[in-house]
Design a protein. Sequence first.
Length: 318
Amino acid sequence: MELRDIEIFLVLADELHFGRTAERLGVSSGRISQVIKQQESRIGAPLFVRTSRQVTLTPIGSQLRDDLAPGYQQIKQAIARATANGRGITGILRVGFSGAWSGNLIVAAGDLFRTRYPECEIQIQEQVLNNRFGPLRTRELDLQLAEFPAEEPDITTGPIIFSHPRALTVPAAHPLAGRESVSLEDLADYPLITIIGPPQYFLDFHLPRHTPLGQPIPRGPATTAWQEILSLVSAGKAVCPTSIRSAEYYARPDLAYVPFRDAPTMDFGLTWLTAAESVKIRTFVQTILEVAEDFPGTVASDRRSVSETGRRVRLPTV
């Protein structure tokens, strides 16, 4: 039995559905049926029971699955290790993130990546607000998943992973806290937190100086860290726009997150230093895109949830 045929059998034994198996392996359902029939002919007994409603393993099929799976996994790991060494997917890959949801996705992608490339260690760290691209330029980070825009000549911009509506972070007793939504024009009435360090185009996008109608937006305290922002807002020193998902991940009894009805989305995407691009970075990017398909709140999972065909929707490759 060829290795590919073993893979087809094991995936079908896992999915128990010819269509899903074909989609997962990127082949036709007819090809799956052909391989299984050949295996059953060679073994001399049925491996699956097929009805119009379900597919189940026969006792012989169950035993074959249990016998084949450990050896197949060992072969896959050996090939992955050799491939990783041959491609340079070894050592340490340092990945930064902004937003707890981004960190959770990186951890999930890192777990999958390590199963495929066990010789490569994934290290993650939260990104500081005031130094958007410094860690990439100093090679302290290889890749990061953080807020866009990222308009730097030496930085490669990858795909958007999260795209969230915005909310305004205010004290729980603030006049805006009880509203169903706020407008960008409301910012003219309250001081806005500022951040020290990011490029001006980044600040203009996230913390504008004027409303869309041209009213000046007063400046509040300046800071460099997210937790400091939350404390300053709680103390009534200023307000601050953020992702609507902050209400879930950074909920506090002294804060309220009020959705904007007219603000652009807050996008989180991948960036890396162009001069440092490598097979290791590109492979991890592809792993993130793969995991993102089933990860709540990502662009890929949102597209998949509204797909009429039910097929997986993949983000652009890099």
